[in-house]
Structure formats: C-alpha cells, structure tokens
Design a protein around this ligand. Structure first.
Ligand SMILES: C[C@@H](C(=O)O)C(=O)SCCNC(=O)CCNC(=O)[C@H](O)C(C)(C)COP(=O)(O)OP(=O)(O)OC[C@H]1O[C@@H](n2cnc3c(N)ncnc32)[C@H](O)[C@@H]1OP(=O)(O)O
Ligand SMILES: [Co+2]
Length: 136
C-alpha cells in the first residue's frame, strides 16, 4: 500500500475556538481554515505543522463520534485518530480487507478539504483509530 505520510492527527476538543487559542497564541501555529463536515457531525480546524497537520474536531451534535469519544473519555478531549495519506483509497480499502482486517467505511466518504476518507476499525490496530485519506 502506498502510504505517503501522516496526513493529520485528529484531536477531539469540547470547544474549538477556545482550544485553538493555545495552539495559536502559545505555539504560534496559524489556523489554516475551518470546515464543518456534516457527514461526520464535526467542525474542524486545520493547523499545519511541517508537512502534516493537527486537526481539531468539535462535535456538532450530541450523538456524533467526537461527542461519544469525549463522553467516554471523562468529558475531556484527546487524540481521537491518526490519518495517513494514501495514493489510492479504493485500492487501500481492498488491501485492508484482503488481509482480513475490518474497515468501518468500505466505501470512501467525504473528508475535510475535499479528501476521500475511510476509517479502519480500531480492533485491527489494537486501539488506534486509523483514517486513510486520499487528497484530490
Ligand atoms: C473530518 C474527518 C477528516 O479527517 O476529514 C474526520 O477525521 S471525522 C473524525 C470523526 N469521525 C470518526 O471517528 C468516524 C469513525 N469512527 C467511528 O465510526 C466510531 O467512532 C467507532 C470507531 C466505530 C467507535 O464507535 P463507538 O464509540 O460508537 O463504538 P464502540 O463504543 O462500540 O467502540 C468500538 C470499539 O472502538 C473503540 N474506540 C472507539 N473510538 C475509538 C478511538 N477514537 N480510538 C480507538 N479506539 C476507539 C472503543 O473503545 C471500542 O473498543 P472495545 O470494543 O475494545 O471497548
Ligand atoms: Co481526520
């Protein structure tokens, strides 16, 4: 599988604008943009760090995956997933399945920044939610 790089680290937060202040004011990272991804029930802020990004994620609903992650994490945010950039996401999904591992998404979904994304089930990685991301 052609893994090109770590595309981003997904960080769940309770309040995007609040937490963004630390990254911008203390670390000096300039937020490159924000986007609401309805399909994932998240509002996202992109923070470029070298050739990768931190992706701050705030839930837009009570029942979205980020809200559930925070609820299960005692109300605190945290690193919720890691995304790797792949050359061809359909091929990557097939390879994961061919090797006997479970995909959460068998078909790519819309990702922030007009990416095509698909999540591998954390069972296969012994507890890390891994996102495959192909950028157009
Ligand atoms: C904007 C976009 C982008 O980059 O473009 C995004 O990133 S959107 C980022 C937000 N969207 C997503 O995360 C979509 C993919 N995530 C999901 O579909 C869900 O969060 C699941 C991963 C299926 C977990 O769902 P849920 O918590 O409802 O199910 P569950 O409680 O039964 O959890 C199933 C097992 O996965 C574990 N589990 C849950 N969330 C996890 C996480 N973030 N990292 C590692 N393990 C995790 C649970 O502990 C449990 O393990 P045990 O069974 O051992 O107790
Ligand atoms: Co992501």
């Amino acid at each position: 599988m052609d893994i090109l790089k770590v595309d981003h680290v997904g960080i769940a937060v309770n309040n995007l604008n609040e937490t963004l202040k630390f990254y911008e004011d203390v670390l000096g990272i300039k937020c490159e943009g924000k986007e609401t991804v309805e399909d994932q029930k998240v509002k996202v802020a992109f923070l470029p760090v070298g050739d990768t990004e931190l992706e701050l994620l705030e839930s837009t609903t009570e029942d979205g995956p980020i809200a559930k992650f925070i609820a299960k994490n005692g109300g605190r945010g945290g690193i919720q997933h890691v995304a790797v950039r792949v050359l061809n996401i359909e091929k990557a999904i097939e390879e994961v399945k061919a090797k006997g591992y479970k995909m959460i998404d068998e078909v790519p979904r819309y990702g922030a920044g007009n990416a095509k994304i698909a999540f591998c089930h954390p069972k296969g990685t012994d507890g890390v939610l891994l996102e495959l991301s192909e950028r157009q």
